[in-house]
Design a protein around this ligand. Structure first.
Ligand SMILES: [Zn+2]
Length: 106
């Protein structure tokens, strides 16, 4: 069975202490990927902020209609995180370890 990264494996403390991170209050992080180009994004689902760049957490998208910053894939109306999300949005351990987001894991 494929193991997908969940919110419980993400090190919230590391993210909150990142110098480029600006706090918005209650934080709950999860990750998802673009099914088209496999770009990985971090999301704070308390406030619907999407972090675009693993090396710069001040690059944030917060709006209603998110499309992939790499390929333009449209996420409108999709459940992208949590138990109800389609598998195509989930990120495997292998995938995150090969990405620049690996530092967010516990
Ligand atoms: Zn994409």
């Amino acid at each position: 069975m494929t193991h997908y990264i969940t919110t419980f494996e993400i090190d919230h403390i590391k993210i909150l202490s990142s110098p480029s991170y600006e706090s918005y209050g209650d934080e709950d992080f999860d990750i998802f990927n673009c099914p088209a180009c496999k770009s990985i994004y971090l999301i704070d689902y308390e406030v619907d902020s999407i972090f675009l760049n693993p090396e710069n957490l001040s690059a944030v998208f917060s709006g209603d209609v998110f499309s992939c910053s790499c390929c333009g894939f449209d996420f409108t109306g999709e459940v992208i995180i949590g138990a109800a999300a389609n598998e195509k949005y989930k990120v495997t351990l292998e995938q995150i370890m090969q990405s620049d987001w690996k530092w967010i894991l516990k």
